[in-house]
Design a protein around this ligand. Structure first.
Ligand code: NOJ
Length: 535
């Protein structure tokens, strides 16, 4: 029996407005992405996930959707989407899209109707306020972007009305998943995209859809420690799991249009900020989703002991339910690895080592656009910041825009081949010193990050992972550890300050930095294979 494709697939995340600009207006778009799919095929990934390209007022980078089955005018047309899917499939790439079921945009017709008509409010979570005149929010819940998770509306006659829940920005009202039409509408939305040939969905804030009965207070310290998320009354409720099982059945059974994968091969990947190992595994238990992002790996500092623990615990947790670990080092929500691991040459060196570690680990992996170029986090000037966290935090949190800066493709100055836009028109301004990061500059350079990703992705395919949690070994101080992908391939990472001498039997397949003879320097990863297995 062949292994299902998604169990060890590498998926490339496209954030479309910052990926490739097809019409030169400074904003990335679907035709631009289609024209650059060759970059992904050459890179060696198996599938592509495109973040929301739906009509949206962009209060939260497109995760505030005004029409779940449309295409945003600045990104293209439905025909452009179809062309992208056809071109991706022709290159052997699967296509995943986002489904954002927790909330809509406040511009969505459902919410607009609810504002005007009290009888149309039960799709959302409207509640009377507390206090003598309803002037206080219904409970103490906080928005993930800062500030209260409730906003009070004004009735059409000008009187103060009830409050509505928004776990994110006020422009993202939460839906009430106990309402049967919410359930049936999202089934319709899934079917719409399946009929357009998508091979699966990334489910946004999958852990938030149901809220505890009676909406009880959550208590102090909300969002301060994500490891407590599963204890919050607005996350990880038991009703989620039967719902996701019905989605899985839908994906498994809805007929496939030409070119798409067979129904039973379609994938659901959960984006859920849950860190409790056992609670996380429930989302990928048999019959439910197949992948769940491993954010513990992304959030782990560059520390050998901590990394080793994440690798071992994650592998055991997923093995308990027979699911692959879904490794992820970056996304459109996270500070880029090069910067996170210390910035400058040290950060770049560690990001190279982390890439080799991730791509050696058994399981699936996601690569976020620009990760393969080793881009650092960019500085976005105050007057160009779009992330709602900036306003909601009283200008203390700059938010996520620094990892959403358009990719540099070629040339020595902005926009680096990202369309031909005039300075200032670019989606976010690109740094003046990114010439060395362009795809053109890195292409063919044996020492570039792009070359490292290309070679690693090919070698990964040539060395399939063994089943089950990997063997891990190394000293207790965490200065280095070695993790086995299979009997044929092991990745050793040196996190310590001293070089690590390789065993005489080891043959080096790939290294993230030059070795000193058989010595692996600090902040370096190597893929090794026992010499006798080489023939
Ligand atoms: C997770 C998405 O990745 C993020 O960008 C968004 O702000 C929230 N979900 C809310 O939709």
């Amino acid at each position: 029996m062949t292994r299902a494709w998604w169990r060890d697939a590498v998926t490339y995340e496209i954030y479309p407005r910052a990926f490739a600009d097809g019409n030169g207006d400074g904003v990335g778009d679907l035709p631009g992405a289609t024209a650059r799919l060759g970059h992904l095929a050459h890179l060696g990934v198996d599938s592509v996930w495109i973040t929301p390209f739906y009509p949206s007022p962009l209060a939260d980078g497109g995760y505030d959707i005004a029409d779940h089955t449309g295409v945003a005018a600045d990104l293209g047309t439905p025909a452009d989407f179809d062309a992208l899917v056809t071109a991706a499939h022709a290159l052997g790439l699967k296509v995943l899209v986002d489904v954002v079921p927790n909330h809509t945009s406040d511009h969505h017709p459902w919410f607009q109707r609810a504002l005007k008509d009290g009888a149309a409010r039960d799709r959302y979570l409207f509640r009377p306020g507390r206090g003598t005149h309803g002037e206080l929010p219904p409970n103490d819940w906080q928005s993930a972007f800062g500030g209260p998770a409730w906003t009070r509306i004004t009735e059409p006659d000008g009187t103060p009305g009830p409050w509505y829940l928004h776990l994110h920005a006020p422009e993202q009202p939460d839906l009430d998943w106990r309402h049967p039409e919410v359930v049936s509408d999202f089934e319709r939305i899934l079917v719409h995209w399946l009929d357009r040939g998508v091979d699966g969905f990334r489910v946004d804030v999958a852990h938030a859809l149901f809220k505890a009965d009676g909406l009880p207070d959550a208590g102090p310290g909300q969002h301060r420690d994500a490891h407590r998320n599963h204890l919050m009354p607005y996350y990880d409720q038991p009703e989620l799991h039967p719902l996701f099982r019905t989605w899985r059945t839908l994906l498994d059974e809805h007929p496939a249009p030409a070119g798409a994968v067979a129904p039973r091969e379609r994938v659901l990947v959960a984006e859920a900020g849950i860190f409790d190992r056992e609670r996380l595994a429930r989302y990928v238990a048999p019959g439910e989703m197949q992948q769940i992002f491993n954010f513990a790996f992304l959030e782990c500092p560059w520390d050998g002991r901590a990394m080793r623990e994440v690798v071992e615990r994650s592998a055991q947790g997923m093995a308990a339910v027979g699911a692959p670990v879904t490794w992820v080092l970056s996304s459109h929500d996270a500070v880029r690895p090069v910067t996170r691991y210390g910035g400058g040459p040290t950060g770049a060196r560690r990001a190279r080592a982390a890439a080799l570690l991730m791509l050696a680990l058994p399981g699936a992996a996601y690569v976020y656009q620009g990760e393969e170029l080793g881009l650092p986090q960019a500085h976005v000037p105050d007057d160009r910041i779009q992330d709602p966290q900036w306003e909601r935090s009283g200008h203390t949190e700059r938010g996520r825009d620094g990892c959403r800066v358009p990719l540099p493709w070629k040339g020595t100055e902005p926009p680096y081949g990202f369309g031909e836009s005039a300075p200032g028109a670019c989606w976010f301004p690109q740094p003046a010193d990114w010439a060395a990061y362009t795809v053109a500059e890195q292409d063919g350079d044996p020492d570039s990050m792009l070359t490292l990703y290309r070679i690693a992705l090919r070698a990964r395919r040539a060395h399939p992972a063994a089943d089950g949690p990997p063997r891990v070994e190394g000293p207790a101080d965490g200065s280095w550890f070695a993790v086995a992908r299979s009997d044929e391939l092991t990745c050793l990472v040196n996190f310590g300050t001293e070089a690590v001498e390789l065993d005489a039997s080891a043959e080096v397949v790939l290294a993230s930095a030059p070795l000193d003879g058989r010595r692996v320097p600090t902040d370096t990863a190597v893929w090794i294979t026992p010499k006798e297995k080489q023939q």
